[in-house]
Ligand binder design. Structure first.
Ligand SMILES: C[S@@+](CC[C@H](N)C(=O)[O-])C[C@H]1O[C@@H](n2cnc3c(N)ncnc32)[C@H](O)[C@@H]1O
Length: 279
């Protein structure tokens, strides 16, 4: 439960991007004339983005809002936090064949959203095929995820170090499939088209976020870093220190860390993929 709780309290960057994108795209989603919309949020994590930003844009008589996530811990946490009627949370892996999973929705959805999840799914084609199956005819989706981010480069470099290599043998599973792509929007658009979505728009936004102080950076790294739980507790601080050294080496520390580490600001420049598609 700790990780879900930690995530909920250190996801400022993800919340900012979800909020901005939902504000911008909520009018683009094709709302039903009877207001009985259903919406599936994939990779809902601790559920706060689903509840704080998606629930308010649904019509008052919406039919249902479902959040799904690969992590049982996240699903259990979200269920406990938000026990509301017409809202449910379930376990589902977007990267696996939908027919082989317990999550089977009786009815497909009018809308799918997904924030900060698709870069974790290596099998992008399967993910798109699953979403196609989960949408009603004329259903639409809004997807927001990382195309490129220096954290993936940090993972790669740490996985090559003698000390951490044994915990990071599967590092490539945790690097965005578009990290080294020359044209991520074009690549993703072609995948959408090849898998049945004829109406779509894909764009890349160059963004940045500043973590104010080392503690905030540490919390955020711990909340999303897939390797840290594999490392013995007594070594986790050393892992973070090595992570930090790479951040500094990449010139992402905006102040001198030795003067006042608590006040040091850390820059994260990244490319966000925003895709809207209609079945
Ligand atoms: C960074 S969190 C984003 C949570 C939330 N959408 C937000 O914007 O704050 C990414 C979530 O995606 C989930 N996830 C990763 N791979 C997934 C997959 N293949 N299928 C479903 N969920 C997945 C993770 O468990 C995690 O909770």
């Amino acid at each position: 439960m700790n990780k879900a709780n930690l995530y909920k309290h250190s996801n400022g960057l993800q919340r900012r991007d979800a909020k901005q994108t939902i504000e911008e795209f909520s009018h683009v989603l094709q709302w039903r004339s009877d207001g009985r919309d259903s919406l599936l949020d994939i990779g809902c994590g601790s559920g706060d983005v689903t509840i704080d930003f998606l629930l308010p844009i649904l019509p008052p008589n919406y039919q249902r809002l479902v959040g799904v996530d690969l992590s049982q811990e996240m699903v259990t946490f979200a269920r406990q936090q938000y026990p509301y009627s017409r809202i449910s949370f379930d376990k589902f892996d977007l990267g696996l064949d939908i027919e082989k999973q317990q999550f089977r929705s009786a009815e497909p959805f009018d809308h799918i959203t997904s924030f900060y999840c698709l870069h974790w799914v290596q099998n992008q084609e399967r993910a798109i095929q699953n979403m196609y199956k989960l949408l009603k005819p004329d259903g639409d989706m809004l997807l927001v995820f990382l195309a490129q981010n220096p954290i993936f480069e940090i993972y790669k470099q740490m996985s090559q170090s003698k000390k951490w290599a044994k915990y990071m043998t599967d590092v490539d599973h945790f690097i965005s499939p578009y990290q080294y792509s020359k044209n991520p929007a074009d690549q993703f658009g072609k995948l959408l088209y090849a898998n049945g979505f004829t109406e779509y728009s894909v764009e890349i936004r160059e963004k940045f976020f500043v973590f104010e102080g080392i503690e905030l950076l540490k919390k955020s790294v711990k909340a999303v870093n897939p390797f840290i739980e594999r490392i013995p507790t007594h070594d986790q601080d050393a892992f973070f220190d090595d992570y930090l050294n790479l951040v500094i080496k990449m010139h992402l520390a905006l102040d001198d860390i030795h003067t006042n580490s608590n006040a040091c600001r850390f820059l994260t420049p990244y490319k966000l993929m925003i895709a809207y598609a209609r079945k």
